[in-house]
Write a new protein. Sequence first.
Length: 326
Amino acid sequence: MNEIKFIDLFGGIGGFRYGLEQASEIHREWISTNSKSIKGQRKSVHSTFNCVWYCEKDKYAIQTYNKNFKEQWKPTDITKVDPADIPDFDMLCAGFPCQSFSIAGKRKGFQDTRGTMFFEICRLAKEKKPSILFLENVKGLLSADDGRCFGTILSSLDELGYNVEWQVLNSKDFGVPQNRERVFIVGHLRGNGGQQIFPIRESNRTDEEISRKSKKKKLWVHDLCISQTIQTDGFGATIISHSPRTGNPKQGGTGMLTSDKYCFTIDSTPHYVDGVRCLTPVECERLQGFPDGWTEGVSDTQRYKQLGNAVTVNVIQAIGKKILEG
């Protein structure tokens, strides 16, 4: 079985890893079903992702990660890591710190020490030369410092030998009722091949639904944001004709909704703060594509923070599938 070994940098509660593992399961099932038709073809030469190293400094996020992946990682300062101590890997995954680029912050970009964490990615990539870089950040990265921050990122990766592509994707188009736009960046090491990943179509919409977009009023949960302590437009759910998943809510569920069904976001034990209905941690887990209880074991404050910082699992899964098909 061919695998893509990856490292989970700034790995948080494991959104990248969980999404890639789900992509692996779907891809293996596809290979099994279509083994005769793809025999002898280069397509689907890879069948799985395998995480070989994880790095995070937040002890509570690590606690959640270790609980779910049955591992024993400890807080690690990436600036003090020697690349020689990291196992060889094919892909570097990183949702690098975004607060310095977010519209919710002061947008200091690379003047903020959190923004300079991007250069730690460059340091590892220079030494290890992985075939693929798979990065995520807020949409504001594209416009921070009038675009100069993103220009620096592109030129830095180009100097390291990577051909770079990117796309802004919205979580609401990938199976969760949350309006969350993020820029996803994929770098391909020159000379190593690699299939183009973007653009990825709004995966859960038909052409007819897209054409009706302006004719139907839909309620979406706003972007989960640490500084907003998880605010919503309404009650965290709506009747819609696409995107939220059906099935057992404790297992995440699969498939698309019809217009007469509700998404599994509403929790039977809502939270109220000063009379305002707030999302519960379980609802936030569902909005981010995690199974119920993923962040159990830490305080609600930490659960909200972890989920606000996390990548949306469904989007990672969709990109992971494209990478495996290369």
